[in-house]
Design a binder for this molecule. Structure first.
Ligand SMILES: Nc1ncnc2c1ncn2[C@@H]1O[C@H](COP(=O)(O)OP(=O)(O)OP(=O)(O)O)[C@@H](O)[C@H]1O
Ligand SMILES: [Mg+2]
Length: 662
């Protein structure tokens, strides 16, 4: 092969810039991997390791995967803890002079996934940046696939704070400056996160602040509440830089930073989280059997992710808790309203992830169709929840932007049967664009003419077995069997010879063929352009769309908590600032579900700052001691996420921390 050496040289140059990733090098319909990458990937992917002639150097290891099926393979590499750099041909091989230009267009890492096939629908996929500025750790947590971007900072003196946050967020990947790498690796050793060291300059607060301001197009971070939190800003800057480097996109869906403070939430350490089995069980490490499992009746993936967040981050401020309880109660009281609302949610798409894909440039026509359908539901959602007499829900939807213009644009633009790829045409409805309509018309007319040709030519030539057909290489043809060749008219021109037939074309057929193929090619190109234009149009409404997504997610969770409260017979807790927990006929939310109905024996609890400061619980093995202790903790925790609780009555004095070692 003549080009082999220049191609390998190109490969080596690109690989040198992406040493820590497996480089998928596009060659025609395949992604190829070479040398060490090939050896690693062949093992993980269970594909054949071959070799390729590298000229003077002899043969080098290589393996390949078909481009159309790449995402499954990429998922496995990521699962195995590798990063993957995608190197594409960035010019048309037909038009290239010499070697085709290639560039890395995207780097996929565990903490930067946006491809739906690589993500768990009900789980966030967090990347965490950890910075050190002065005596503070700064933390930035972001899920690129949903646009969540949160920051905080806290004193380094209490390293347990960092450990607790690591277990709370469970990031897939952690960015740290090299000098912090060892420390963080030690603190994060019980999490499965991949640790990615980054250059110290990316954690430099001034540079980070500038990068963030430039991205969010603001002059200061005041509006996000973190202008003076140097450590938090440093961490966020590093996260943003990493996203920019790996995605090579503008990331418009990262619209804001949200500053949070550890003091706003109940503090739960790793052992407490595990012991209370909040989102997964101790024994099997799975969701079934956890508190999340009992509570989760969410309809949308957005709701499922948010419910998990609420459970992992119970509130401490009474007003916020009451606000949630108020809304849960509104849904609780109005069965009809809850039912219809949950029915509507069934047709709501995963807006958050869709918007992320929109801004990373990977959204497809079907997803925009789904977006249009979701928007079409909004007027009814607003009207329905507006009927709530308590006004708790009405208020939630008061500012819901219906985006009527975008909605009617999308629903009238995209065909019901639109394909998953924007590069195949057949995306847009008739009437969307005059030029496109003309091309479609031309194709139809051409095809109709050809459809009539067979009958016409059979009549003209008297050959009953004459056929009109099409193939990719030779285009349209008229086929005549050898036996009938004598009857072929003089205007037939030979195109192809088969074993027992000849294929012909006529000047007229050629004309229609050019018309059809030309129109189709132009149509596909035009539809692609129109799609990019439409995508841009949707991006204009991104802030409103993000708001719609978060309102729908929240309503889904609130309606879910109400639904669960009804189904499981929970009561609304009374939240106080007293040092007092009084529970009448409390139950363990999970154990009561696992036992046959009615078998769980409810128990009372009274704890206060005076005569009931302590309980000593004794009993034989398997008497229910641990269950009782966990039940009290869970009831308090449920109350503080804004849920109803499994009891006849519950008065909960707010707590700031729960400890358990059962
Ligand atoms: N209030 C209850 N009503 C009915 N069944 C219960 C109740 N509490 C616990 N159980 C059942 O009893 C089993 C044992 O409960 P638990 O583990 O809490 O007991 P324990 O007293 O902590 O036991 P050990 O002494 O072995 O630690 C549970 O798995 C559950 O099925
Ligand atoms: Mg026990």
């Amino acid at each position: 092969m003549v080009n082999e050496t220049p191609m390998l040289r190109q490969y080596r140059r690109i690989k040198a810039e992406h040493k820590d990733a497996i480089l998928l090098f596009r060659l025609g319909d395949f992604y190829e991997m070479f040398m060490e990458d090939a050896e690693i990937a062949a093992g993980i992917l269970e594909i054949v390791l071959t070799s390729r002639d590298a000229g003077r150097e002899g043969r080098i290891p290589m393996c390949g995967i078909p481009a159309h099926a790449a995402s499954g393979y990429i998922a496995r590499l990521i699962e195995s803890g590798y990063k993957v750099a995608i190197c594409e041909q960035v010019e048309d091989p037909k038009k290239a002079k010499g070697l085709v230009k290639r560039e890395v267009v995207k780097i996929i890492t565990p903490g930067t996934l946006t491809d739906l096939e690589l993500l768990d629908e009900k789980n966030n996929n967090y990347l965490m940046g950890i910075a050190l500025a002065g005596d503070y750790y700064g933390l930035a947590v972001s899920d690129l696939s949903t646009g969540d971007f949160l920051v905080t900072q806290f004193p380094r003196a209490d390293q347990n704070l960092l450990v607790d946050e690591l277990h709370h967020w469970q990031p897939r990947e952690i960015l740290v400056a090299e000098e912090l790498q060892e420390e963080v690796a030690r603190l994060a050793r019980l999490t499965p996160a991949l640790i990615t060291p980054r250059p110290a300059r990316e954690f430099q607060p001034t540079a980070a602040r500038e990068r963030l301001c430039a991205h969010f197009q603001v002059v200061s971070l005041e509006g996000f509440g973190c202008q003076y939190l140097d450590a938090a800003v440093a961490a966020a800057g590093a996260v943003l830089a990493y996203f920019q480097e790996t995605q090579k996109a503008r990331l418009e869906h990262l619209t804001a930073l949200r500053t949070y403070f550890l003091d706003d939430f109940m503090r739960l350490d790793l052992f407490t989280r595990r012991n209370l089995e909040l989102v997964r069980t101790i024994r099997e490490n799975k969701t079934p059997g956890s508190l999340l499992w009992v509570l989760d009746r969410t309809v949308t993936a957005m709701g499922a992710r948010l419910l998990r967040k609420w459970i992992e981050q119970p509130l401490r401020h009474q007003e916020e808790i009451e606000e949630r309880l108020e809304r849960v109660e509104a849904f609780y009281l109005r069965h009809d309203l809850r039912e219809e609302f949950r029915g509507l949610l069934k047709s709501v798409c995963d807006l958050q992830r869709l918007l992320a894909r929109l801004s990373c440039g990977t959204v497809n026509p079907r997803e925009l169709l789904a977006l249009g359908r979701t928007l079409a539901l909004l007027p009814r959602v607003k009207e329905l929840l507006g009927q709530d007499e308590t006004a708790a829900l009405a208020e939630e939807v008061r500012d819901l932007d219906l985006l009527p213009e975008l909605c009617s644009l999308l629903t009238s633009a995209i065909r019901e049967d639109a394909p998953a790829s924007p590069k195949e045409g057949n995306i847009f409805c008739r009437g969307y664009h005059p030029e496109l309509d003309k091309l479609i018309q031309a194709t139809h007319e051409g095809k109709a003419w050809i459809a009539g040709l067979e009958r016409k030519e059979r009549e003209r030539t008297g050959i009953k077995s004459l056929k009109v057909g099409f193939n990719q290489v030779f285009g349209y043809y008229i086929e005549v069997t050898k036996a009938n060749l004598a009857a072929v008219p003089p205007d037939y021109q030979r195109r192809q010879t088969l074993a027992n037939a000849e294929r012909f074309i006529t000047p007229e057929l050629k004309e229609y063929e050019d018309l059809i193929l030309g129109a189709e090619e132009r149509r596909v190109a035009l539809e692609y352009d129109l799609f990019l234009e439409l995508r841009q149009r949707v991006l204009d409404d991104l802030p409103q769309l993000r708001q719609i997504a978060s309102i729908l997610a929240e309503l889904d969770v609130l309606a879910t908590l109400a639904e669960t409260a009804v189904k499981n017979d929970y009561c609304r807790p009374v939240i106080t600032r007293e040092r007092r927990i009084k529970i009448t006929a409390g139950r363990h939310p999970v154990v009561e579900k696992v036992l046959p109905p009615g078998e769980f024996v409810p128990n009372d609890t009274l704890l206060d700052g005076e005569k009931h400061r302590l309980q000593i619980i004794t009993g034989p093995n398997m008497a229910g001691k641990s269950t009782y202790m966990r039940q009290v903790a869970l009831i308090v925790l449920m109350a503080q996420i804004g849920s109803f609780v499994p009891a006849d009555e519950a008065e909960i004095g707010l707590v700031d921390r729960i400890f358990t070692r059962v």
